[in-house]
Design a binder for this molecule. Sequence first.
Ligand SMILES: Nc1ncnc2c1ncn2[C@@H]1O[C@H](COP(=O)(O)OP(=O)(O)OP(=O)(O)O)[C@@H](O)[C@H]1O
Length: 225
Amino acid sequence: MTTLVVDAVSVAYGKDEPVLRDVSIQVEPGRILAVTGPSGAGKTTLLSAMAGLLRPRAGSVTVDGVALRDRDHAVAQRVVLVPQDNGLAAILTAAENVQVALIAQGAGPAEARRRMVEAMDRLGLAAQSDQLVEELSGGQQQRTAIARGLALAGAVLLADEVTSELDATNRQKVLDVLRDEAARGAAVVFATHDPEAAAACDAELHLVDGRAELIRGYSDLPVPA
Ligand SMILES: Nc1ncnc2c1ncn2[C@@H]1O[C@H](COP(=O)(O)OP(=O)(O)OP(=O)(O)O)[C@@H](O)[C@H]1O
């Protein structure tokens, strides 16, 4: 089980003023942390720092006590990011997008195909597998990106606004997938604008102007019977 710790992190773009200031949070395995806040508050910036894409100007992001150096290092630590813009290759099929990611992670072709089929099926996308991404709707693309993240079976799953284009049924499907990922032991972080989706998570970190407040902590959870 893997724990990701953000310790007193400040992040800036170039020489600009920091857009995240002194943010600390522990992301627990088996739990879902919601990251909320208004547009521009710094949610994507925080997930990018957790994913090793942005290096903090101050503080550290550690995975099981090891400070992340860059994205390659984070991938080696099995930190999976489902980005806000889905990050899919438009000229590949949905299935190819998932399989390419699995093969890059070291899976053989047969295993990559098996895990792709499983993940696409879980997201209700079996019929869309062989369609080019550019032919899919926004919501289908978003679910394909989640299927890819799910298939990668990370120790940490960072999901950035992954329900923004989904109807109620598919939003619930994605929340169920995030819950299942936590149940198998992943530490899950879910950035969202949606108060109902945030309420379904185990804890909530609220960002305003780059400052963070833990408005609901893991310790507030009811003790299991
Ligand atoms: N590449 C960049 N270069 C410079 N500034 C950036 C860059 N990306 C984001 N910012 C700035 O950082 C701040 C936080 O942006 P971020 O995308 O993290 O917010 P967010 O909470 O994810 O917003 P949204 O809900 O709209 O996706 C904003 O002021 C934004 O303008």
